[in-house]
Write a protein that binds this ligand. Structure first.
Ligand code: GLA
Length: 623
């Protein structure tokens, strides 16, 4: 299994010097799940957790129950989910738990389907999610340090957990609900070893009213297990597939924390994709071998992911590595998981089901595998109306003026694109245009004409030779492609232009800035004339006599975003690997449907058409 982000994290960690902490794990009788003699017990009986990780926000709520029925039919007894703070508190003190964000409803459905729930409220979650789930507005406060004892951060974290407690504490097993365990933080041992911080987060979780057993989850190295654990929380292990790896990790855990139950809190049956990489797939038979061995040894396990789903809209995060400064995640979070992006069981699902069947408890039987809803094809059609983005600015936002460019967060924007505009000076209009680090992708236009781009993924790509005339209009259209969600660099993931813009030696000043969160495109006015100028929005309609899930083939387009009936499906980029976007059938209507595509950088032979496919399309192309 490729685990580059973890290997990197290990390298970054100073050698841990803490003495082992003895966990205060006690047998519990009133909560249904507890630990006795190094084993999970549920209602007093030895218990093996077989959990399905899936994230409510990556699945339309209409499909939650169907996904859970699939989990039950594969032989799983628990749903494990993160909670994404940024979704629920989009602005400080403004809370949203509605629709696809109704995590309480997700948990109630799990209970109705006979499943326990393991809750992972963060506040940091990683998860290939923008900024690891932290709200971007935290970055509006200069110098604020997330994931630390910074009192400004801790106050915000406490407020979030408290509000979440109002929502979810009543759903704990101690009060008749299905939540049997709650995680504190997430893999903190891959990041640091400030035990005061972990103690403080644990206290916030307790203060929020969570009173079922708590746990931490960390990679299986000594530094990670020491750094990430906290007394009073069960220290579980993430990763590891082969018996040797797993034995080594548990031996270490047992040495550090005698009496720890054996559970792989994240077992990876697949992996996620970054833009520009090959699509990741793994072999079903490797996983069935691992799972056979784990279950034969009564080791609990959670499949990360059982069903990955989709990082809709602007929610994907990013990584970085020693050689690649920035690796944005794709919209698809298919993960090559047992259930595919549209919720259909894959050969891996059936292979795992077969193995799990061998290890059921006495008297336990599995429901039949439900029939998955069929996907539909939509014949190719052309988007005929358009409007250039630069002509539509006034319909999207009002400009903010400042002498020097401000970051997206300073402009009050969490996600999307920002247009920065200035007039080139009378004295020097040509030279090297230098930006500092692009955050993350900058299209450069002079008098509305594209002149090039700066891509944060490319090491050292920071400047561009510009030839222009005095007084020309310089536009920098900057796209936030997702905040880094893992390891040290995430702390300062401000977006947009984060330092001065220079032309030659001269710093450019006098900027107008349009924030483009693109969360409401209803005011755009399209015309039938084809926009000759990129970037542009394109609009089309298609008529359906029956609805169903489909994969929109966007391989003819360059780089941008797709909206269907007001739902932001996510990002496309000709470099792949993803060349189609998952469109849930519940977002479609019988009759007329509307699609809007923003293409910021059309491909050489751009085709302004789309078709719906029954299966996703993958192809990695050169940048
Ligand atoms: C880690 C994190 C998860 C996720 C996986 C990779 O282990 O805990 O949130 O990021 O890696 O998918």
């Amino acid at each position: 299994m490729k685990r580059s982000i973890h290997a990197l994290a290990q390298g970054l960690l100073a050698a841990a010097c803490m003495a082992a902490i003895a966990p205060q794990i006690q047998a519990q009788t009133s909560p249904r799940l507890g630990v006795q003699d190094g084993q999970f017990v549920r209602d007093g009986k030895p218990h093996v957790i077989r959990a399905a990780e899936m994230h409510y926000a990556r699945i339309p709520h209409e499909y939650w129950r169907a996904r859970m029925k699939m989990a039950r039919a594969m032989g799983l007894n628990t749903i494990q989910t993160y909670v994404f703070w940024d979704l629920h508190e989009p602005e400080p003190g403004h809370w949203d738990f509605s629709g696809d964000k109704d995590v309480a409803q997700f948990i109630r459905i799990a209970q109705e389907e006979g499943l326990d729930v393991i809750l992972r409220p963060g506040p940091y979650v990683c998860a290939e999610w923008d900024f690891g789930g932290y709200p971007a507005w935290l970055l509006r406060t200069p110098g604020l340090r997330v994931r630390s004892m910074d009192p400004r951060f801790m106050a915000a974290s406490a407020a979030y957990l408290k509000r979440l407690g109002q929502e979810l504490a009543p759903l704990q097993a101690t009060r008749g609900g299905p939540i049997v365990m709650v995680q504190v933080e997430n893999e903190y041992g891959s990041y640091g070893n400030d035990h005061d911080y972990m103690r403080a987060v644990k206290q916030q979780v307790l203060d929020a009213g969570f009173d079922v057993p708590l746990f931490t989850a960390d990679g299986g190295s000594r530094a990670m297990l020491e750094g990430g654990s906290v007394e009073g929380a069960i220290p579980l292990v993430n990763g590891g597939g082969s018996p040797e790896d797993v034995n080594a990790a548990f031996a270490l855990a047992e040495k550090l924390h005698p009496g720890t139950p054996r559970m792989i809190a994240e077992y990876y049956p697949g992996w996620f994709d970054h833009w520009g990489e090959q699509h990741h797939t793994t072999r079903a038979e490797d996983h069935s071998g691992d799972i056979d061995w784990l279950l034969a040894h009564d080791i609990s396990v959670s499949f990360y992911m059982f069903h990955g789903g989709t990082s809709f809209g602007f929610t994907p995060g990013a990584n970085y590595s020693a050689t690649e400064p920035y690796q944005p995640d794709t919209t698809s979070y298919d993960y090559d998981a047992p259930l595919d992006e549209s919720g259909r069981p894959t050969p891996k699902y059936f292979a795992l089901r077969e193995v799990i069947t061998k290890h059921l408890s006495p008297g336990e039987t599995l429901p039949d595998v439900p029939k998955a809803a069929p996907t539909i094809a939509i014949p190719r059609f052309t988007l005929k109306q358009s409007v250039a983005l630069l002509d539509a600015l006034s319909r999207l936002s009002a400009p903010q003026q400042s002498e020097y460019p401000r970051t997206m967060e300073q402009l009050g924007q969490n996600f999307g694109l920002t247009l920065y505009r200035t007039r080139l000076p009378q004295t020097s209009a040509s030279g090297k245009l230098t930006l500092g680090e692009p955050r993350d992708y900058v299209d450069i236009l002079v008098n509305g004409q594209p002149r090039g781009k700066l891509d944060r993924r490319i090491p050292g790509e920071r400047s561009l030779d510009l030839t222009a005339k005095p007084g020309d209009t310089l536009d920098l259209l900057v796209e936030n492609e997702g905040r880094i969600n893992y390891s040290a660099k995430m702390v300062d993931e401000r977006k947009g232009i984060i330092s001065g813009v220079h032309l030659g030696k001269r710093e450019l000043s006098g900027w107008q800035q349009w924030t483009l969160p693109l969360d409401d495109l209803s005011r755009l006015q399209f015309s039938k004339a084809q926009a000759t100028q990129a970037p542009a929005f394109w609009r089309g309609e298609f008529t359906l006599d029956k609805t169903g899930d489909t994969f929109l083939d966007v391989s003819g387009w360059g780089k941008g975003h797709v909206y269907v009936n007001g739902h932001h499906l996510g990002r496309f980029w000709h470099i792949g690997p993803q060349q189609s976007l998952y469109l849930p059938g519940v977002w479609l209507k019988r009759g007329k449907n509307e699609i809007i595509v923003l293409d910021v950088e059309p491909a050489a032979n751009a085709r302004h058409d789309v078709q719906g496919l029954q299966h996703p399309l993958y192809e990695t192309k050169k940048s």
